[in-house]
Design a protein around this ligand. Structure first.
Ligand SMILES: Cc1cc2nc3c(=O)[nH]c(=O)nc-3n(C[C@H](O)[C@H](O)[C@H](O)COP(=O)(O)OP(=O)(O)OC[C@H]3O[C@@H](n4cnc5c(N)ncnc54)[C@H](O)[C@@H]3O)c2cc1C
Length: 386
């Protein structure tokens, strides 16, 4: 395996690094889980899009710049290293877009992707329901056939950023009497359409990072079905594999956090023989291992491969890396790890990051679900009792 970057990749990294150095605001944007922060993040996304950097690996006609997937990984490394804002449209860019590239129509891609690249339309994922989280195939929300489209009814929950987002994508039971994975349809809907009620839910930090979505006979045209009606499960696997296996959490996120942890250790401890030094080294090695593994994944995809159930190994790895990395930081800080706000060490990134890291083993499918997938679909072990 050749781990040297080619000239084009080096030039791309240099260009991205220079642009970010000149354009990333010195002060972090307010949290995108507030109305003010959401608007500030949208404006930042439009600026990225103007520079051709919002979705580098997409075709230029949709707002990308035809970069390779490897260059996308490079972009992400530079983006996080520069301390740029988290992507407010991450569920659109990293989950809905790959799904549209795989299963959407030309019309859908042309209509939806350019507005997504500019974050003129921000997307939320509306999969989970009160009685269907891990077992998403037990979902009850329905899509009923009507003239020219579908009427959606039911309740979705835990929808990240839905409090301020514009549209959502989700699975609905469209064949009455069907069971489990059969008879589901994958649809997009407008969060401000008649019949939609969005009720924000505060997260651990008190901000409305999630929302419940209530749907009461919400009309959706046929043009907003992704893939074939009744074939939603197959389409959903593309979304899930991207969420777990590649795009939602790229190595750049963990490499930059691991570098910051090394920096923190040098300031707070600096003793190479301490137990914490070992944990810092483990976190750094874990981030680097994930980077190398991801180079392998994108090389495989560029050669025509697909993301499959091995995505679950990936998800399990990065979610635990994130928890361990933040726990180590808090232990290095001792009681000061409790401080938040501007006067806190590193402006409070460690306790905030720790709280969010705790969600990693839950969202995108819990640890137990990833382990079930690994056991059954990768290792070929017998199915456990359900
Ligand atoms: C920060 C965050 C953001 C999220 N964002 C979104 C979003 O944008 N859109 C969205 O649709 N959802 C979102 N979710 C919801 C998330 O997908 C669900 O919480 C998750 O799938 C688990 O479902 P549940 O909460 O219903 O738990 P349950 O499914 O009720 O699980 C409870 C416990 O039982 C275990 N369990 C369940 N079934 C099995 C089994 N077969 N074998 C072994 N153990 C099992 C689980 O692992 C878990 O420990 C988000 C969640 C979090 C925390």
């Amino acid at each position: 395996m050749d781990l040297e970057f080619g000239d084009a990749d080096v030039a791309f990294r240099d260009e991205v690094r220079a642009w970010l150095a000149a354009n990333v605001p010195a002060e972090p944007l307010p949290s995108f889980d507030t109305a003010e922060g959401f608007a500030a993040h949208r404006a930042w996304e439009a600026k990225l899009a103007d520079a051709g950097l919002a979705a580098v690996s997409w075709p230029a006609e949709f707002g990308g710049r035809d970069a390779t997937m490897l260059q996308w990984v490079i972009f992400e490394e530079e983006y996080y290293a520069a301390g740029a804002a988290l992507r407010v449209n991450q569920n659109g860019l990293f989950m809905l877009a790959p799904t549209l590239f795989n299963h959407g129509t030309d019309e859908q891609r042309a209509r939806i992707l350019p507005a997504m690249a500019r974050s003129e339309r921000v997307w939320a994922q509306a999969w989970s329901e009160p009685e269907a989280g891990s077992d998403i195939a037990s979902l009850r929300s329905t899509a009923t056939r009507v003239d020219g489209g579908w009427k959606l009814s039911g309740q979705k929950t835990w929808s990240s950023r839905a409090a301020f987002a514009d549209g959502a994508f989700g699975l609905f039971r469209s064949e009455p009497g069907s069971e489990r994975h059969r008879g589901l349809t994958y649809l997009m809907f407008d969060l401000r359409a008649p019949g939609v009620t969005v009720r924000p839910i505060p997260q651990l930090d008190g901000q409305p990072g999630f929302a419940e979505i209530f749907l009461d006979e919400v009309f959706v045209p046929d043009a907003d079905v992704i893939g074939e009606p009744g074939q939603g499960w197959r389409v959903a696997m593309t979304t899930a594999n991207n969420e777990r296996g590649l795009s939602l959490r790229s190595p750049g996120r963990f490499l930059s956090a691991a570098d910051a942890l090394v920096d923190l250790w040098e300031r707070e401890d600096g003793d190479t023989s301490s137990a914490d030094a070992q944990r810092v080294a483990d976190a750094w090695i874990g981030a680097r291992a994930y980077q190398l593994y991801t180079f392998g994944t994108v090389t495989r995809l560029q050669d025509g491969g697909e993301l499959g159930p091995e995505s679950s190994v990936n998800k399990l790895f990065w979610s635990h890396l994130d928890v361990a990395l933040h726990e180590t930081a808090l232990d290095l800080l001792g009681p000061r790890g409790e401080l938040t706000g501007d006067s806190a060490p590193d402006a409070g990134r460690w306790p905030a990051g720790y709280l969010f890291s705790l969600a990693g083993p839950i969202y995108g499918g819990t640890d137990q679900i990833q382990r079930n997938t690994i056991a059954e679909r990768l290792l070929g072990l017998p199915r456990g009792a359900r």
